[in-house]
Structure formats: C-alpha cells, structure tokens
Design a protein around this ligand. Sequence first.
Ligand code: VAH
Length: 272
Amino acid sequence: MDTANNGQFVILDVLDTEAIIQTCVSNGVGTIYHLAALLSATGEKNPELCRRVNVGGTISVLEAAKACSLRVFIPSSIAVFGPDAPKHAPQHTDLNPTTVYGETKVEGEALAMASWKEFGVDVRGIRYPGLISYKAPAGGGTTDYAVEIFHAAIQDGHYDCFVREDTRLPMMYMDDAIRATLMLMDAPSGLLGAARAGYNIDCQSFTARELADAISDQVEGFHCEFSPDVRQEYADSWPDSIDGSLAKDEWGWTPDYDLPKMVQAMLDGLSQ
Ligand code: VAH
C-alpha cells in the first residue's frame, strides 16, 4: 500500500472483483465509495468503454460488497432523467436518458436496489447534479463549463462557454455534495425507503449566464461568450431543477451553498 497525503491508497482495476475483495479484507475496509466512472461527454465518445467501466465496475463493487459484507455508496446522477421527464424532476418518474452515461446510471440504481433487496447489501446513492470544485480539474462531463469558467476568469478574464447562455442545470458545490454523501451514509438504514439507491437532493439551479454574471460581479472585467457544441444536446436532455423533498423528509438534507456563496468559495480557493 502506498501512502500519499496522509492517506493510504492502492491502484486497482475496478473490474477486478477479486483484487477489490483482497484489498478490503487485508485492510479492514468496511465501506466503499464507488466513484470510478466515465462522465457524460467522455462516455458519448466511447460508449462501449463507458458501459464496461460504469456498469461492469458497479457489478464488480457490489459483488465484493456482498462477499465481504461491505457498505457501499454508488453515485447516480441527474443524467438518469431524459427529455420526457418534467423539467423540475420528481423523485419518481420514468427514466429515459438519451446519453449512454445516463443509461449506465439508471442501470447502476437498478443493480444497487437488487443487491439491497436480494442480498441485504447496504448500498445507497445520490443523483448528483453537476459538481463544482476548485480542488480538481473538470473531468469530461457536460457540466465542466461550470468549473472551467472560474479558471478562465482568473487566468484569462474571458471564457468561451460551450453551452447556450440560457442553459439551466442543477448544480452543487463540492462541499455540499460531500456533506450530503456522508449524511446519507450515516442515516439509519430504517429511515431509507425505495429511493435509497438514487436520491434526488435539493441543490442549486442556475443558467450559464447567471453563473457568468455572478463571476463578473467578483472579477473585474470578466467577459463570457457562448458557443454551444455537441454537449448542448446532452444538457438539453436533463432537468432544469430537482425536487429533493424526499431526501429532506427521510434523512434531513438541506444545501448550504447558494450561487453567490459558491462563487466566493471557488474564487477564494483558486486564488490560494
Ligand atoms: C457530467 N458532471 O457532466 C456529470 C454529471 C449531471 C452530469 O453527472 O457528466
């Protein structure tokens, strides 16, 4: 086991169930946060790899969890919703995603529920919105513009955004996403109902223009243009906002960061 940043880590192939089991057993691991996946834009470029990693990796982790009685967090995504879903997405509605990534997340929720119902694996998940952090670069998602724009504002004073200015999507600052994840994992299992594998959670909802304007309020002279590319199609298929009332009722989730507070946190973090 190597050590880095005061933590221990080992490099594994998420498809190698036996290696996951051996690592968990030899290190007394009790919970897996399964974050290995291809995001939407990358997944559309390589759909077979997306399916193999996202679905195959989830199967592998759930098999290891069953074998070792592990608890598991598996992120879902607002990408599970398709263009036929209400734009203020409810917890329960038909899930007809039009991206491969979204399909893998629907499959992931179904695999998680099956593991819970058939084998009692304590697996939980959240339908993450676009996540925004200054600690890691954007990772091949459609919502990458909401991270790239901050770096560009500081470095260049200008950003050419790859979605239309009126594109409204559910978004969340990373600190809120981490707190929600830990709150869910700490919640007594008995509180969790049929949505346990893919909770909608209350989060921000803003347009690309509203984000650019909020940054302009803090960064003198910042200018944003909008030149939609293929990722516009993915963004248009997703909801504008999320009904997270069930997560609030069942395990008490309420977000802390609104747009101004997130913009300030991002600019402060990047200026460190
Ligand atoms: C993506 N950040 O853009 C991810 C997210 C809502 C989309 O899951 O692919």
